[in-house]
Unconditional design. Structure first.
Ligand code: IMP
Ligand code: MG
Length: 179
């Protein structure tokens, strides 16, 4: 396979600045919280979560979930779109929870996740998303802290992949899958 270089959409420097800004806002908003639980959604959120969590100045802990999305053709029923592959280790009842996601595209994944987590009765439940594609949204989903809104293109880097490639690129780049 010949190597392609994704075209830069958001530079490493802009991402680092945004992560620092988000971490400062979250640290201020949760200043009175003695243990904020960051819930990372695997695999895509692992880079953003590690950068964000290290930039926070409040007490925090980390847990992970893994979800799998079915193909577009199976997305006719809202509830059938997403499946949980790995659950949290710990109970979140009464805890302050911040879900950390790499990307919101149609919104099915995050809306499924929020319904699932809300049923466990956390003390609070918010979301922090690195990038969203507003043009692609099919279902409403709550985004409390957002990095960037981008057009309808396939992006890689900062945890995002194209068939498992490019997750560890330090910038967000565009690939053209037809190329
Ligand atoms: P949803 O459509 O909002 O449910 O997002 C489903 C999943 O599609 C995301 O969690 C990502 O794993 C993946 N995804 C959507 N758009 C992109 C992209 O541009 N690059 C990489 N992954 C994407
Ligand atoms: Mg994802």
């Amino acid at each position: 396979m010949s190597e392609i270089t994704p075209e830069v959409l958001i530079s490493e420097q802009k991402i680092q600045k945004k992560v620092a800004d988000l971490a400062a806002r979250i640290s201020a908003d949760y200043a009175d919280c003695d243990d904020l639980l960051l819930v990372g959604i695997l695999k895509g959120s692992f880079i953003f979560l590690s950068d964000l969590s290290r930039a926070l100045t409040i007490p925090r802990s980390v847990d992970f979930m893994a979800l799998s999305t079915y193909g577009e053709s199976e997305r006719t029923q809202t509830d059938g779109a997403v499946r949980m592959i790995m659950d949290l280790r710990r109970n979140i009842t009464g805890k302050h929870v911040l879900v950390v996601e790499d990307i919101v595209d149609t919104g099915y994944t995050l809306s499924y996740l929020l319904r699932n987590l809300a049923a466990r009765q956390p003390a609070s439940l918010k979301t922090c998303v690195l990038v969203e594609k507003p043009e692609r949204r099919e279902v409403f989903t709550q985004i409390d802290y957002l990095g960037f809104s981008i057009p309808d293109v396939w992006v890689v880097g900062c945890g995002l992949d194209w068939a498992e490639r490019f997750r560890t690129l330090p910038y967000i780049g565009v690939v053209h899958p037809e190329a």
